[in-house]
Write a protein that binds this ligand. Sequence first.
Ligand code: GDP
Length: 190
Amino acid sequence: MSIRTAKFIKSIVGSDELLESREIHQVAFVGRSNVGKSSIINSLTRQKNLARSSSAPGRTREINVFLINKDIYLIDLPGYGFARGSWDAREKLGKLIYWYLFESEYQQKKVVLIIDAKVGPTDDDLKIIKMLDEQDKDVVVVANKVDKIGKSEYQKQKQKIQGLIGERKIIFYSAKMKIGVSELVDEILK
Ligand code: GDP
């Protein structure tokens, strides 16, 4: 399976009739700011600047919608834990994430939660995972930046992350080195 086409459709800040289509499935991407979410979306779609980095202005405080292979919406949620703030449903960005995932009528086919493989899951990451589990969401965890882990610590770090995250699928990924790309593409398209 492969991603043949990927197109930016629009940014939204709340309900949007576009997402009301039941024929087009939604796969949502969520993660802390700077975890490499934009780089992952770009690596998956083999486009350099499809998703914009949170370090660049614009498009990062909204929900960005991309159309993949003309039949799946890839939903790029704002990064959480921006600046000093931690993920908090009352916080403005947190509100939008919370609304889309837990309050809106939209059903995601899958939620791709991105963590930093070197740092491991933060308290915020674990908090979101717990909430997604409570709502029976189909979650796949992507541990990005594996290229930053030395060979000698790799197995240990993998086990540590798996231990904290529990029995679920984790894709060890590097947007920089293009590791794990086909595995994640398969998860999104299946
Ligand atoms: P976002 O805020 O989650 O969208 O993150 P970005 O995609 O903007 O990436 C944040 C920073 O992490 C940038 O400096 C990227 O170059 C870097 N980065 C992203 N993915 C990787 C990766 O797989 N490995 C390494 N070493 N750096 C990465």
